[in-house]
Design a protein around this ligand. Structure first.
Ligand SMILES: Nc1ncnc2c1ncn2[C@@H]1O[C@H](COP(=O)(O)OP(=O)(O)OP(=O)(O)O)[C@@H](O)[C@H]1O
Ligand SMILES: CC(C)(CO)[C@@H](O)C(=O)[O-]
Ligand code: BAL
Length: 315
């Protein structure tokens, strides 16, 4: 592990970021990247701890960038919370972060407007006035479908593309992602494997509040009542886990129905409840192998609380 990092260097320019990383590598350090969209909480800081635990001399980079291409125009890009000064304070207090990459924009803009083909879903990037010069996308074709991909049609295309851009700019040896965004983590692992990025991907465990709510930047938008109702997600996952462990070969359908009932009774609007194989994310009918239960529900008008992951270790 590296010596205490002190105050992180804030880098806003892509070329400067790449040059910084290359210098750290030339010093013999392993460059570890933690990609975020900012408004940091303990969940993010746990990814930093995970990064800091990498063996040998390291250089830890946290990126803070709210990526417009993963939001559809109907989604909450405009109201996504931010607090750069607070984020920098939190990161400095860990003593484990060497640089913060906070670019004003990561896309080529103002080139020929590339309209989406008729009927295709469009992101905030493409919808921006004047079009944009960006037209290259990474699609992880099967894993991007289903779960969050069903209600957020441009989400995973935008995530895969911006993460590939971050990988090309920061050139990390290791990158850390949270398992709270379970589908995202699996999709990035697959992209790295399929496209031969020489990067080790670490999946970091979910950090929850004392009462069980998974930490999430968007939680700040929850009213006190909505927050209370959102606790039903963790409750329903815990009950499902117990039910599945108590009955071998439980039927997924039965457990999913119970989760939907708990969420609905709490006043949530269910986006999806699915029980999937852990790596392929293929839905299972019977819980006869390790699976992950993925749940997303809306509490309140704006907010989707997306929480997955309740692995059943012994079927
Ligand atoms: N509670 C958590 N536990 C573990 N990892 C987390 C947690 N919350 C976020 N992360 C991880 O931090 C990284 C950056 O996430 P992001 O900045 O989008 O924050 P977020 O809290 O997930 O925000 P959102 O409210 O948009 O879901 C992702 O890899 C994400 O999975
Ligand atoms: C991985 C990511 C930083 C890409 O914008 C984002 O989706 C997130 O914060 O989970
Ligand atoms: N961590 C998820 C990022 C998003 O919802 O856009």
């Amino acid at each position: 592990m590296a010596a205490a990092a002190g105050e992180p260097e804030v880098i806003r320019d892509k070329a400067a970021m790449r040059a910084w990383s290359r210098r750290r590598r030339a010093e013999g350090r392993t460059v570890v990247l933690v990609p975020t969209m900012g408004f940091l909480h303990e969940g993010h800081l746990s990814l930093v701890s995970e990064a800091a635990a990498t063996a040998g001399p390291i250089a830890v980079v946290v990126s803070i960038y709210v990526n417009p291409s993963q939001f559809a125009p109907t989604e909450d890009l405009a109201t996504y919370p931010s607090d750069l000064a607070g984020d920098l304070r939190k990161l400095a207090s860990t003593g484990a972060v060497h640089a913060v990459f906070n670019p004003p924009d990561l896309y080529v803009r103002g080139g020929t407007a590339v309209g989406a083909s008729a009927g295709a879903a469009v992101s905030c990037l493409e919808a921006a006035v004047g079009g944009d010069g960006h037209e290259t996308w990474i699609r992880v074709e099967r894993l991007e479908k289903g779960l969050c991909g069903s209600s957020r049609p441009v989400f995973f295309r935008g995530v895969a593309t911006v993460v590939a851009k971050l990988f090309n700019i920061v050139e990390p040896d290791v990158a850390v992602f949270g398992k709270k965004d379970y589908q995202q983590w699996r999709l990035i692992c697959r992209m790295v494997r399929d496209l031969d990025f020489a990067i080790e991907i670490i999946g970091s465990e979910i950090v929850r509040e004392a009462d069980g709510l998974a930490m999430s930047s968007r939680n700040v938008h929850l009213s006190r009542e909505e927050r209370e109702k959102a606790l039903s997600i963790n409750r329903s996952l815990a009950n499902a886990r117990t039910a599945a462990l108590n009955h071998s070969n439980s039927a997924s359908e039965h457990i999913k129905k119970q989760i939907v009932q708990t969420l609905t009774e709490a006043g949530g609007q269910v986006d999806y409840v699915e029980i999937v194989e852990q790596e392929s994310l293929v839905p299972v009918e019977t819980i006869d192998r390790p699976v992950t239960i993925c749940v997303a529900a809306f509490f309140g008008k704006i907010l989707a609380v997306l929480v997955g992951d309740s692995p059943l270790e012994d079927g």
